[in-house]
Design a protein around this ligand. Structure first.
Ligand SMILES: Nc1ncnc2c1ncn2[C@@H]1O[C@H](COP(=O)(O)OP(=O)(O)OP(=O)(O)O)[C@@H](O)[C@H]1O
Length: 309
């Protein structure tokens, strides 16, 4: 049984249809990521699932529990990362955690949470003295105080530098090791690709597609872009391009001077044949690269929109 089942959610704000029709299920222990362009309806969807916003239509079930009849039980099962602005600036890290723990019947030991969010050393520091990354780690810690099985993180790494983002990835992966389920939204493709078991692409209030990152990439195409450049100048590239074009797996080619780009569904096989030719002719290859498709390519293909970053 899924730990969360969302069926046909809808929410409008006046004339704005923020969420038109969103359905998905989340399995226990997975990292489930919702990505989509600005205004796609990600935050509105999360807020309805978290019980902060009533849906106009649709159902939300945590296992057998629905918000309408199990509000207290659901609140104990889930953890919601507060906005950084909800942290108490004049309290220390530890005091914030202890205060939030008083809101719940059960709690995870504060020392344990400090360790998980790597703030043990800074537990006596006031929130206003923390860096952006430390504040975000504390916000994630606050989502853990009731030791929930399901944790919601809405853009936990936005605005952080690469190292601070990686520190947050470590926490998310540790939560997974503990068997927790994480529902994440992010602006960063790389993050969705690295962390997620499944990715749900949302656009204009609807689910565009949902699958594992690798299945999404595979489903789109098996093509890879191979780049070659030659030390022996343009003639080597012209001849090699002609050979490549005869290969059945090659979809198209582009040549600029001594540099050649080849799109092929069988990169190894194509390169093997081309290297046979260049070796026979004594042409020296200066650089070779094979570019994998990324989740960003998938996003653009499915939504027709450029990624904002
Ligand atoms: N309280 C509100 N009142 C009016 N309109 C709202 C409200 N909340 C959201 N909206 C609108 O609903 C749409 C979806 O917003 P939402 O914040 O859910 O998108 P998002 O995918 O989270 O975007 P972002 O990536 O920019 O955070 C947007 O057009 C937004 O302006």
């Amino acid at each position: 049984m899924p730990v969360l089942e969302v069926s046909h959610l809808k929410k409008s704000f006046g004339a704005v249809h923020a969420v038109e029709d969103i359905s998905f299920t989340v399995e226990a222990g997975e990292i489930f990521t919702i990505i989509g362009p600005n205004g796609a309806g990600k935050t509105t969807t999360l807020e309805m699932i978290e019980g902060l916003l009533p849906p106009d239509e649709g159902d939300i079930a945590f296992g057998a529990k629905k918000w309408s009849r199990n509000e207290e039980a659901i609140k104990n099962d889930i953890g919601v990362q507060p906005q950084s602005s909800a942290l108490f600036d004049l309290l220390t890290v530890e005091e914030n955690l202890k205060l939030f723990a008083t809101f719940y019947d059960k709690s995870r030991p504060v020392a344990d949470i400090l360790e998980m969010i790597n703030l043990t050393e800074h537990k006596n520091r006031h929130v206003k003295k923390l860096s952006g990354g430390q504040k975000q780690r504390l916000a994630i810690g606050l989502a853990m105080v009731n030791d929930p099985d399901i944790i919601f993180l809405d853009e936990p790494t936005t605005g952080l530098d690469p190292q601070a983002r990686r520190n947050i990835w470590d926490i998310i992966l540790r939560l997974k090791q503990l068997g927790k389920t994480t529902i994440l939204t992010t602006h960063y493709m790389e993050e969705a690709e690295k962390l997620s078991d499944r990715v749900c692409i949302v656009d204009q209030g609807k689910v565009v597609t949902l699958d594992t990152p690798s299945a999404l990439i595979d489903r789109l195409t098996k093509e890879r872009e191979v780049r070659l450049s030659f030390l022996d100048g343009e003639q080597a590239a012209i001849e090699t391009e002609a050979i490549a074009q005869r290969h059945p797996a090659v979809v198209r080619t582009v040549r600029e001077g001594a540099a050649l780009q080849i799109w092929t569904t069988q990169p190894e096989d194509t390169l093997y044949e081309l290297f046979g030719y260049t070796k026979d002719r004594g042409y020296r290859v200066e650089q070779i690269s094979i570019r994998e498709l990324s989740l960003e390519d998938v996003f653009i293909a499915f939504t027709g929109k450029e990624w904002r970053d």
